[in-house]
Ligand binder design. Structure first.
Ligand SMILES: Nc1nc2c(ncn2[C@@H]2O[C@H](COP(=O)(O)OP(=O)(O)O)[C@@H](O)[C@H]2O)c(=O)[nH]1
Ligand SMILES: [Mg+2]
Length: 314
């Protein structure tokens, strides 16, 4: 039964990757020839499978969600929770499904207020390579260059020289101090010297979600900073399993916001949507590219859901 489930999952994943236009191994020509066939086949299988439980219009919506990698159980739960007649037209159903999906996502967090008397201390945590340092630079650009606020950057990532260099370049460019704090004591001292800042941005070392000790070390350094906001950074280009694991493993850092990066690289937002639905922390920022000056926006739950319906597998 387990093996059947795994095969089934693989088939759906393969089919959705072909439908969503992801690059595949093997001959492009052969794949192109197979696309129409797979599209019909998988569509029929999914519709047939859900037919016992869902009306044809609902089954169509289910197919769109699952092919866009919304978790199957979540897709089914969303559709079964709707109180609408089974005779509803597809477009009307789609509007209601989108509303329900937005309702299931955490809300959007407001940006840090301007009139706080103390500095707002914003720390970013998350797995390696998800875009923490780049996002710190984007936030610094926004707060310092675009809003003229007094910003200090602190990095707790002292493991790699390159990691400090990466931020130092931005610090020079923005004319903002960059402090280095690899221990809890250094962090306390650094924070004490930031009294005149409006915003303090703390970068942390990338931690593999499997490395509990290192995550705990990051957590204890952060505790010394007593941050106002701790943002868990999750990449939309990472698998559902990896992001879900990160949401659990990083809970020791007491994150209270979520940043979604690399939306531009995601083939579909269905997996990220499925992860976010399990979370309680509000969504703060979304990043969609490597350009530090422009590729960051306040998170908008409606936009995340809409993008699932905007991909080309209808
Ligand atoms: N396409 C894309 N790349 C990004 C985005 N954010 C960061 N990156 C890239 O991801 C890579 C790792 O970023 P980095 O900030 O060093 O990750 P960190 O290890 O979490 O600090 C770099 O090549 C970044 O340019 C994004 O929103 N979109
Ligand atoms: Mg980094």
């Amino acid at each position: 039964m387990q093996a059947v489930q795994t095969d089934r999952q693989k088939t759906i994943q393969y089919a959705s990757s072909v439908l969503l236009g992801e690059p595949q191994d093997g001959s492009t020509n052969r794949i192109e020839l197979g696309i129409a066939e797979i599209r019909t086949l998988v569509g029929e299988v999914l519709e047939h499978e859900s037919a016992g439980r869902l009306s044809p219009t609902f089954a169509k919506a289910y197919k769109v969600l699952v092919l866009n990698r919304v978790e199957e159980s979540l897709a089914m739960d969303i559709l079964q929770s709707l109180r609408v007649p089974s005779t509803i037209e597809y477009e009307a159903l789609k509007t209601i499904v989108i509303e329900e999906m937005v309702r299931r996502l955490p809300s959007a967090a407001p940006p840090p207020s301007r009139d706080a008397s103390k500095p707002t201390i914003i720390a970013l945590v998350g797995p390696t390579g998800v875009g923490k340092t780049t996002t710190i630079a984007k936030l610094a650009t926004k707060f310092r260059l675009q809003q003229g606020r007094n910003v200090t950057m602190i990095t707790a990532d002292t493991y790699r020289v390159a990691a400090v260099d990466q931020l130092q370049q931005y610090a020079d460019l923005f004319d903002t101090p960059l402090l280095i704090a690899g221990t809890a004591l250094q962090m306390k001292e650094s924070i004490a010297s930031c009294r005149d800042s409006d915003i303090v941005l703390i970068d942390t070392a990338g931690r593999s979600a499997a490395d509990r000790d290192r995550i705990e070390e990051t957590a204890s350094i952060l505790e010394a900073a007593n941050p106002t906001e701790v943002h868990l950074v999750l990449s939309s280009a990472t698998s559902l399993t990896a992001t879900k694991r990160a949401t659990e493993r990083f809970s020791v850092t007491r994150y209270n916001r979520v940043i979604t990066t690399k939306v531009d690289e995601a083939v579909t937002m269905g997996e990220m949507f499925s992860t976010l639905c399990t979370m309680r922390s509000p969504l703060s920022w979304v990043t969609n590219g490597q350009d530090v000056a422009s590729h960051i926006d306040l998170a908008k739950p409606e936009k995340i859901v809409q993008s699932i319906f905007d991909t080309n597998s209808r």
